[in-house]
Each structure stands twice: as structure tokens, then as C-alpha cells.
Design a protein around this ligand. Structure first.
Ligand code: HEC
Length: 168
């Protein structure tokens, strides 16, 4: 790895930016990307298998991709997207009473089971064509399982609407 870095630095045509980007990618590749867990799952893991090894802590970090549009803390309210506190197990398009959901999501029906969240997060526009959630989706099933596990930790007993907003 060090050898590769050195070679990159030596190449005269590569600017400092390119070198820094390459280093950043290397660091990312070396950090926890779930390789261990992936290996433990074998060749064709099911959704349940992914959920079994899901890491809510990593999911919390991945939630950074959602945080531009969503809060997840009780009573934190809506952004571009509805607040997601306690969303697991709720009927679709119902987690925020104030949010203006699209007909696309409202008419999808049912509740947010972990399986349905998985399908939604993989490709929102395929799950509910016409949805206003302009998010490409999480391609990696382990990423999705981690995010869903994180959302599960953000649950309370009973509907969140009966709990007063928490302090900042
Ligand atoms: C660019 C903004 C944006 C991003 C990024 C985004 N969302 Fe959304 N999300 C929305 C919008 C807008 C809706 C409402 C969709 C509709 O009504 O069609 C929504 C709806 C949802 C819902 C349904 C809530 C309910 O009450 O039924 C869930 C669950 C959700 N998003 C999860 C996520 C997760 C998890 C991520 C990150 C992996 C994410 N979203 C990323 C904007 C976003």
C-alpha cells in the first residue's frame, strides 16, 4: 500500500489533489466497510442474514447521507423529508403529521417493516414511482441493513406523537 502511494506521488502528471483523493480513497477502503461481516455471510445471504449482522453504529454514520433531509431524534421535526424518529413499524407516509407526502408514497400502503424499508432504501423511485425523495438509493445491502438497524434503535414504545418533544 505504501509502495502504491509513493508511486502516485512520483508521477509528475498527477496533481496534489489527485494524490490526496487517492489517499482518501485508500483510507476509506481500510476503514470498517463490513468486510468481516460480509465474509461471515457466505455466498447468497438473505435479507434476514444481513439484519442478523447489522451494525447500528455504522448505520448511524451512514445516516449522514439522509441527514440533509431527515432528522431522527424524537420531536426534531421535518426537513426536506419527514422526521424519522420511530418510523419502523409505522404505516407508510404517516410518520410526520405535518409533512406533505406525495400520493405516490401514500398509495403504496402497508407499514414500514424492515423488509419494505430495505426495498425503499435500495431504490426509492422504483418502490414508489413519483416520490419526492430524490435520493438515488443505497446500493449495498449491508449498508441498508445497518441503516435500518439504526432506525430501529430510534424507536420508542408506542407512537411518537404521544411523546412530548425532547430537549435539544
Ligand atoms: C434529498 C432529500 C432526501 C434524502 C437524502 C433522503 N430522503 Fe427520505 N424522504 C425524503 C422525502 C421528500 C420523503 C417523502 C417522500 C414522499 O412523500 O414521496 C422521504 C421519505 C422517507 C421515508 C418515509 C417516511 C414515512 O413517514 O413514511 C423514509 C423511511 C425515509 N425517507 C428514509 C430515508 C433514509 C434512511 C435516507 C438515507 C439513506 C433518506 N431517506 C434520504 C427526502 C430525502
Amino acid at each position: 500500500m505504501i509502495e502504491r502511494e509513493t508511486r502516485l506521488v512520483r508521477l509528475p502528471s498527477l496533481g496534489l489533489r489527485t494524490v490526496l483523493l487517492a489517499l482518501a480513497l485508500l483510507v476509506t477502503a481500510c476503514s470498517d466497510d463490513g468486510q468481516e461481516r460480509r465474509r461471515s455471510l457466505g455466498d447468497s445471504p438473505s435479507f434476514d442474514d444481513f439484519m442478523r449482522v447489522a451494525d447500528a453504529g455504522r448505520g448511524a454514520r451512514l445516516f449522514g447521507q439522509c441527514a440533509a433531509c431527515h432528522t431522527v431524534r424524537m420531536g426534531a421535526g421535518d426537513r426536506n423529508g419527514p422526521g424519522l424518529s420511530d418510523v419502523v413499524g409505522k404505516p407508510l407516509a404517516s410518520n410526520s403529521r405535518r409533512f406533505g407526502y406525495t400520493g405516490a408514497l401514500r398509495s403504496a400502503g402497508g407499514v414500514w417493516t424492515p423488509e419494505r424499508l430495505d426495498a425503499w432504501l435500495a431504490a426509492p423511485a422504483t418502490f414508489a414511482p413519483g416520490t419526492s425523495m430524490s435520493f438515488r438509493g443505497l446500493q449495498d445491502p449491508l449498508d441498508r441493513a445497518d441503516v435500518i438497524a439504526y432506525l430501529q434503535t430510534q424507536s420508542v414504545d408506542g407512537p411518537s406523537t404521544t411523546v412530548p418533544p425532547s430537549q435539544p
